[in-house]
Design a protein around this ligand. Structure first.
Ligand SMILES: [Zn+2]
Length: 209
């Protein structure tokens, strides 16, 4: 099964990807992960991508497309995968359709107000990186990490103004993709507001598993 996951920040795509790995035996392919791994290992690609990102630019479509194409040809991806973070543009979607036949594009739908609630409650330990949530996974003691006693902080990305900007970018990027895939009969929409296990059950049923 070959899937693309679309969904706003906070829709739980990371958790859903892990569940899809277990439930549907799919390899999780995230362009963000591939870029980060290349930068960490200082590969030629990583050096190139880091220079682009450091200059404040976006990684151009041709580089991103080449990376994804290469990754999808690795043996572990041949049995099925879910793509996360790609495609982000119509150009990327068109390129992908040239070398891969997708089974479905799954759009996890979540109201903006719920995205804000989920993201604004996130806290992370400064020392060990453990994640918490003010309402769904609160630390035993306010502002203190359960694991190591470190101080909890809010990522700049999860501050109110940053969330609004992430949502704006998300909607601007995703609306054309949703339309593009809808017109090709590939789009499946799933309500992402229940718990991830429930969302996964719906996805499995939708895919006939
Ligand atoms: Zn900690």
């Amino acid at each position: 099964m070959k899937l693309v996951f679309l969904g706003p920040p906070g829709a739980g795509k990371g958790t859903l990807a892990t569940l899809a790995k277990e439930n549907l035996s799919l390899v999780h392919i995230s362009t963000g992960d591939i870029f980060r791994a290349n930068i960490r290992n200082q590969t030629p690609l990583g050096v190139q991508v880091k220079a682009i990102l450091d200059s404040g630019s976006l990684v151009p479509d041709d580089i991103t497309i080449a990376i994804v194409k290469d990754r999808l040809q690795q043996p572990d991806a041949l049995g099925g995968y879910l793509l996360d973070g790609f495609p982000r543009t119509i150009v990327q979607a068109q390129a992908l359709s040239g070398f891969e036949q997708l089974d479905a594009v799954v759009n996890f739908v979540l109201k903006d107000s719920e995205v804000v609630r989920r993201l604004s409650g996130r806290r992370v330990c400064k020392s060990c990186g453990t994640g918490f949530h003010l309402t769904s996974l609160p630390p035993k003691k306010e502002g203190v990490c359960d694991k190591c006693g470190g101080t909890l902080m809010q990522r700049p990305d999860d501050e109110a103004s940053a969330i609004q900007e992430r949502l704006r970018v998300y909607h601007a990027q995703t609306a054309p993709l949703v339309e593009w895939y809808q017109s090709r009969g590939l789009l499946k929409e799933i309500d992402a507001s229940p718990a991830p296990e429930t969302v996964m059950k719906v996805l499995k049923e939708l895919m006939g598993r």
